[in-house]
Design a protein around this ligand. Structure first.
Ligand code: SF4
Ligand code: SF4
Length: 81
């Protein structure tokens, strides 16, 4: 469980790794990765998995947000009200 940052992907908005996968490419601390085969959170596309233990390494660089055209990524700071 992350303490400081919670990253989530709206799988209904995500384009999937075959058509996009931008977040996996740009994140400098590997918050996103290809999910193990058969574990995508959507049945019709491969939605990136959020690596639980890497979330707190997030530098808030916003690269993933800039990359994500459908605005599927939400980054929440858990230390702010
Ligand atoms: S950048 Fe956005 S649309 Fe592209 S794979 Fe990541 S979450 Fe999905
Ligand atoms: S804001 Fe930067 S460090 Fe944080 S998840 Fe997105 S790309 Fe990774």
């Amino acid at each position: 469980m992350s303490k400081f940052i919670k990253v989530t992907i709206d799988d209904s908005k995500c384009l999937g790794t075959a058509d996009c996968g931008g977040c996996i490419k740009v994140c400098p601390v590997n918050v996103f990765q290809h999910p193990p085969q058969g574990t995508s959170s959507a049945p019709d596309k491969e939605v990136p998995a959020v690596v639980e233990e890497n979330q707190d390494e997030c530098t808030l660089c916003d690269l993933c947000l800039q990359e994500c055209n459908p605005r599927a990524i939400l980054i929440k700071k858990l230390y702010e009200p």
